[in-house]
Design a protein around this ligand. Structure first.
Ligand code: COA
Length: 159
């Protein structure tokens, strides 16, 4: 089941930021290290601000297993996927045991629907070039609009 994210989900969303930072097999950056990185911290600090919107996938017992959310940033913010003011950046993560079972795609679709309903014209994200998630994003309508080092910025039009 997918439900809207609420302020009390902040700690779980931070877990998902840590998962995203450690997506590569064998990467075990500790939670405090990831969350003290200014870029990763920007994706979660102060959750939930008025313009923040997210969705959480829960198991049969109501435990969170994955989440996707978006946040607006200013041009000065240290983030990976900024393209323009007013274009929110998407972040997504699924707990390891629940991956490759359709949770991520369902979260992406729910979040995209939410962004469109909230009047946004585009969503942006950033993904490392060799992360399979890039193929998932492409299959959901995101296209590469630029690259920064080993990362690609992808944007989806919601119109
Ligand atoms: C990326 C992530 C959110 C995707 O969620 P997921 O629940 O695993 O993805 P899904 O099961 O919905 O799979 C979507 C597609 O990805 C592909 N896929 C899934 N797992 C894969 C794997 N291990 N290797 C290659 N492709 C894979 C499949 O092609 C699938 O397409 P299909 O529906 O045609 O079968 C999740 O794997 C994750 O949290 N990974 C670690 C953190 C991360 O990389 N976050 C993103 C940072 S940009």
């Amino acid at each position: 089941m997918i439900r809207p994210a609420i302020p009390a989900d902040g700690s779980f969303l931070a877990d998902m930021v840590v998962e995203a930072a450690n997506w590569r097999a064998g990467s075990t950056r500790p939670r405090p290290t990831v969350l003290s990185d200014p870029v990763y911290r920007n994706y979660i600090a102060g959750w939930q601000r008025p313009a923040d919107h997210g969705v959480v996938a829960v198991d049969h017992d109501g435990r969170a297993v994955g989440a996707a959310w978006y946040r607006l940033f200013s041009p000065e913010a240290s983030v990976h996927g900024f393209v323009a003011s007013g274009v929110p950046e998407l972040i997504i993560g699924v707990r390891p045991l629940w991956r490759s079972q359709g949770v991520g795609r369902s979260l992406l679709r729910a979040l995209t629907d939410g962004a469109r309903a909230n009047g946004y014209a585009r969503l942006t994200l950033s993904v490392e070039r060799d992360n399979f998630a890039g193929a998932l994003y492409r299959s959901e309508g995101f296209a590469v609009v630029g690259s920064r080092g080993d990362r690609e910025t992808m944007v989806r039009s919601l119109r």
